[in-house]
Design a protein around this ligand. Structure first.
Ligand code: COA
Ligand code: AMP
Length: 635
């Protein structure tokens, strides 16, 4: 017997145009599409070609017009500013967003112009994003934990006409001044924005640059509201840079039409929430989870979205999430497993839960990294609600695999994000591109075309898009995750096949860190690997081979490289540990055996690579790891 999930899944693959054409009825269009799926330029596929729409209209105006104006759209809850709570109804959000769109319009920003948003978790970040969408401008949000250099790389790639920022962010009780970072980035970048709009926060004053900078509040005070601009469904809504295999980030492009259709569909069918429900994605607007599930999806669905400026622990304690859930009557929480590991570490018995009324709370969704069974069981046990692991990527913008609670709740198998979501033809292939039998590990791929909301390309880099995602397995999108599908169709995500590591749910490139280390004058060669960590899932560890004749102390060099990564990439890289070694293990063709090093560090069994140049070096690596508390020393 089939269920609603089975029916939706097979229909989505057999008749994608019918399936998504129907889902698109949930969106208001200025002009309907000529074709649901345009496959005339393979391997580039476009959804809802010919349609005209506006994402901001669908996220805000439509709800106000339909009588939802007095409902809370965003609740800003900020323990780091002494417990600020501020609610924006849909009507108030419309007023703020249309006036901020007016500010941008007044500075000549319109359809197709790029705008970088470099902001902490304040609601003005969402207002800025939605204002761009209103004008048809393309936003690119840069996570506040990135340093000037990372911001500069994104400025040079996106070439924004304007940057929206704030005077500071707040990390627990540490004020991070943004203006030095912003000005530093603009100095480094070759491209210079014409305008910066700066939100002054009480925690930090900043002097503005005459002619370039506008103060947010002053500009808003005299702003004329701007109306929604009609854009093509295929026009870009945003660019979101994500880590690739080098320090050069990849600009994932998201379109307007397909994005709205998929996100709106996901809210009922995956997350099982209704318009009016309170939905909370405890992430950051700088990540894809923040784009999709703090800002766009909850608003497109008419929910109330929680905008939380705080941490799971330390603001002030491990009961912070329960407080927010009970105070704002949250029905669904979405976060990364690392947040729950942090809570569990501080309050293993979950005692703080007793202080809060959790009666409105119904489900927990986790994503961004592997959900370890311990954390899954702890959350299930303490919260008594379904705990759903689901798998997705910046590139996809919404889940590829999940237990779709709005369609059919499957039994949970620990370690598995359940099954492919409708729209996603997920398969596991061997290195030769052949399907592997159920239960065998291989490369996880998705048969083209990808469903709506997936990246149509990389920003101004069609060839790189093809090279990175479509060439390894022709006809498929390569996810760069390895894993398996069991006999019941449950998917298991086991590891990345590239050098991306996942630190506290943050996606980082070890290649990018190596590029920074290699610039140290005493470092001849280096490697960075991700080692298992109880709290953050993985942590980067550096191996440094020094130049012959270096006289500086090794600890000093290590400390300098730690600071370099912090300065160049940002604190979020969490690169704190490195060790000096005589040489690195390599294949005979000179490829560094990072995978084997990682297995040694994690005390996993490994096969001696057939092509290894000198096996003795692996023992040296093991010895070096022991000196910093990894490998054998950990057991
Ligand atoms: N701006 C500036 N600095 C930031 C920052 C931001 N937006 N976000 C993080 N940082 C800094 C942190 O303060 C920390 O600095 P430190 O080295 O001086 O201590 C560093 O970057 C590393 O941050 P993080 O890895 O997040 O560690 P943490 O110890 O601060 O917090 C957790 C650990 C688990 C509490 C935290 O990662 C968390 O809440 N995760 C929740 C899940 C999440 O947001 N996932 C994202 C994708 S869903
Ligand atoms: P990001 O682009 O930051 O969302 O990171 C995407 C990557 O995070 C994926 O390619 C996976 O490697 C990992 N990831 C995300 N969700 C999960 C999950 N539920 N289980 C295992 N890994 C995950």
């Amino acid at each position: 017997m089939t269920n609603a999930y089975d029916d939706a899944y097979s229909r989505s693959l057999e008749d994608p145009e019918g399936f998504w054409g129907e889902a698109a009825q949930e969106i208001d269009w200025y002009k309907p599409w000529d074709k649901v799926l345009d496959d005339s330029n393979k391997p580039f596929y476009r959804w809802f070609v010919g349609a005209e729409c506006n994402t901001c209209y669908n996220a805000i105006d439509r709800h106000v017009n339909a009588g939802r104006g007095d409902q809370a759209a965003i609740i800003y809850d900020s323990p780091v500013t002494g417990g600020t709570v501020r609610t924006y109804t849909y009507a108030q959000l419309l007023d703020e967003v249309s006036r901020f769109a007016g500010v941008l319009k007044g500075r000549g920003i319109g359809k197709g112009d790029r705008v970088i948003v470099y902001m902490p978790m304040v609601p003005e970040a969402a207002i800025a994003m939605l204002a761009c969408a209103r004008l048809g401008a393309v936003h690119s949000v840069v996570f506040g934990g990135f340093a000037s250099n990372e911001l500069a790389v994104r400025i040079d790639d996106a070439k924004p006409k304007a940057i929206i920022s704030a005077t500071c962010g707040i990390e627990v009780n540490r004020v991070i001044e943004y203006m030095p970072l912003l000005n530093g980035a603009i100095d480094i970048a070759a491209h210079k924005p014409e305008t910066c709009v700066i939100l002054t926060r009480p925690e930090a004053e900043a002097s503005l640059t005459e002619g370039r900078d506008l103060d947010w509040a002053t500009a808003m005070a005299s702003a004329e509201p701007a109306e929604c601009v009609s854009v093509a469904a295929t026009d870009p809504l945003y660019i979101l840079y994500t880590s690739g295999t080098t320090g050069e980030p990849k600009g994932v492009v998201r379109d307007n039409g397909g994005h709205m259709v998929a996100l709106k569909w996901s809210m009922k069918n995956i997350y099982n929430v209704e318009p009016g429900d309170v939905y909370w994605a405890a992430s950051d607007v700088g990540w894809v989870v923040g784009h999709s599930y703090i800002v766009y999806a909850p608003l497109l669905h008419g929910c109330t979205s929680i905008f939380y400026e705080g941490k799971p622990v330390g603001t002030p304690d491990a009961g912070a999430f329960w407080r927010v859930i009970s105070e704002h009557k949250v029905k669904c929480l979405f976060t990364a497993p690392t947040a729950f590991r942090a809570i569990k570490r501080e309050d293993p018995e979950g005692k703080l839960l007793a202080d809060y009324d959790m009666s409105n709370y119904e489900m927990l969704f986790l994503a961004g990294e592997r959900l370890d069974p311990d954390t899954l069981h702890w959350a299930e046990d303490k919260l008594g609600v379904p705990v759903i692991d689901h798998w997705w990527q910046t590139e996809t913008g919404w889940p590829i695999a999940s237990n779709c609670l709005g369609l059919h709740a499957f039994d949970i198998k620990p370690g598995s994000p359940t099954k492919a979501v409708p729209g996603w033809d997920v398969q596991v292939l061997s290195d030769e591109g052949e399907p592997v039998p159920a239960g065998d590990i291989g490369a996880i791929v998705v048969k083209l075309p990808l469903p709506p909301s997936s990246l149509p390309t990389l920003w101004e880099k069609d060839n790189l898009f093809k090279e990175k995602y479509l060439e390894e397995f022709p006809g498929y999108y390569s996810t760069a995750d390895a894993g398996m599908i069991d006999e019941e169709g449950y998917l298991y995500i086991m590891a990345r096949t590239d050098d991306i590591i996942n630190v506290a749910g943050h996606r980082l490139s070890t290649g990018g860190m190596e590029e920074v280390l290699a610039e140290h004058p005493d470092v001849a060669e280096c490697a960075v690997i991700g080692v298992e960590d109880q709290l953050k899932g993985q942590l980067p560890v550096g191996f440094l081979v020094l130049n012959a004749g270096t006289t500086k102390d090794e600890p000093e060099i290590v400390a300098e490289t730690v600071q370099m990564v912090r300065d160049r990439i940002g604190a979020v890289a969490a690169y704190r540990t490195a060790v000096v070694v005589e040489r690195l293990p390599k294949t005979r063709s000179g490829k560094i055996l990072r995978g084997t090093m990682q297995k040694i560090a994690d005390q996993q069994d490994y096969k001696m690579p057939a092509t290894i140049d000198d096996p003795v070096i692996l023992d040296e690596i093991d010895d070096a790891l022991q000196t910093i508390g990894y490998s054998k020393a950990r057991s």
